[in-house]
Design a protein around this ligand. Structure first.
Ligand SMILES: [Mg+2]
Length: 334
């Protein structure tokens, strides 16, 4: 197995709860499965996966990718496991002569998957203008980041967005910024403004408190909470109506697919999102979404955040949808 480091600068530095991200650094992984090549990507993200040195150590210790996956030794290094799993699935789908989403179990041809636009913090006027632009570009759903300013200011932003974009599906992501009391006060206001989903209102630790926010007119989604507790615990606590599934943080598109399918059997919906990955992992996430019919719009339109990429975009976004690659495997080999 070959391991090749890469470094991708963001087009604009991104402020997150875990600090400012300027560059996404990771590893391309090349495997050969019974004579067929496969390509995978590990792009660790602080706070979500193992560190980059731990990822590199785990990848360099892999001799046989198939046994590394079957003996579970990459369980504590999800980004490394993601790369090995994606490379192996890419090779197997290629050998089978099928696009990856069909090889994963997708039924029938899927041309594109709907995605959401993401709007960061900003004034009410800036938020409303950004959402109007997203609607004009055809996005069926918009996720607005909240929690960086006081709750009343966020409510003003949501009100401003709704006045300019009355029909778009509107989701909010608080990244754990609020107390239970604040969330309970805001939820009826958000329901009045037809917000569909409130993602991670409280810190990741509090599953029971999230469960107490359910059934107040807005679906509660967990993101950080899924990675911290695992989806079994989230389902057992009845803490979410929607799971946000990040393949890089969950350990691979195969793991993420099992999470989504198990959640749906339990009556919980899911969306797939990236962790600002390069083109190889992003395409893998698009295949994953395409293999799961009827998903809500997913957070897969993150390619534009990168200043340079591993490949020219292989799942380009038009009209609020990411095109699904139709060649053999994940993306064409180079
Ligand atoms: Mg989130």
């Amino acid at each position: 197995m070959e391991v090749e480091p890469f470094s991708l600068p963001l087009s604009t530095p991104l402020e997150t709860a875990a600090g400012i991200i300027e560059t996404r650094r990771g590893f391309l992984v090349r495997v050969d499965i019974e004579g067929t090549p496969g390509l995978g990507e590990a792009t660790p993200l602080s706070g979500w996966t193992e560190s980059r040195p731990a990822c590199e150590d785990a990848l360099r210790a892999v001799d046989d990718p198939t046994s590394a996956l079957s003996d579970n030794r990459l369980a504590d290094t999800p980004a490394a496991r993601h790369a090995v799993s994606l490379a192996t699935l890419d090779a197997r789908a290629r050998a089978a002569g099928r696009p990856l989403y069909r090889y994963l179990g997708g039924d029938g041809r899927v041309e594109a998957v709907p995605i959401n636009a993401t709007v960061g913090d900003g004034t009410p006027e800036a938020a409303a203008a950004a959402v109007e632009t997203a609607v004009r570009e055809g996005y069926p759903a918009v996720k607005l980041k909240v929690g960086a300013r006081d709750p009343e200011a966020d409510l003003d932003r949501v009100t401003a967005v709704r006045s300019k974009a009355p029909d778009v599906e509107l989701r909010l992501d608080a990244n754990g910024a609020w107390s239970e009391r604040t969330a309970k006060r805001l939820l009826p206001e958000f329901a009045d403004r037809d917000v569909s989903v409130l993602e991670q209102p409280l810190s990741a630790g509090s599953l029971d408190a999230h469960a107490r926010l359910r059934d107040r007119g807005v679906d509660i989604a967990l993101d950080e909470g899924v990675v911290e507790h695992g989806f079994d615990a989230v389902l057992a606590a009845d803490a979410a109506a929607v799971l946000v599934c990040k393949p890089m943080a969950l350990g691979g598109i195969d793991v993420a697919r099992n999470v989504v399918r198990s959640a749906r059997i339990a009556g919980v919906d899911a969306v797939v999102t990236t962790t600002i990955d390069g083109a190889v992992a992003r395409a893998g996430a698009v295949h994953l979404a395409a293999s799961l019919p009827g998903l809500r719009p997913c957070g897969l339109g993150t390619g534009g955040l990168l200043g340079t990429d591993l490949r020219s975009d292989v799942a380009p976004v038009t009209d609020g949808k990411a095109a699904v690659p139709q060649g053999k495997g994940n993306i064409p080999p180079r």
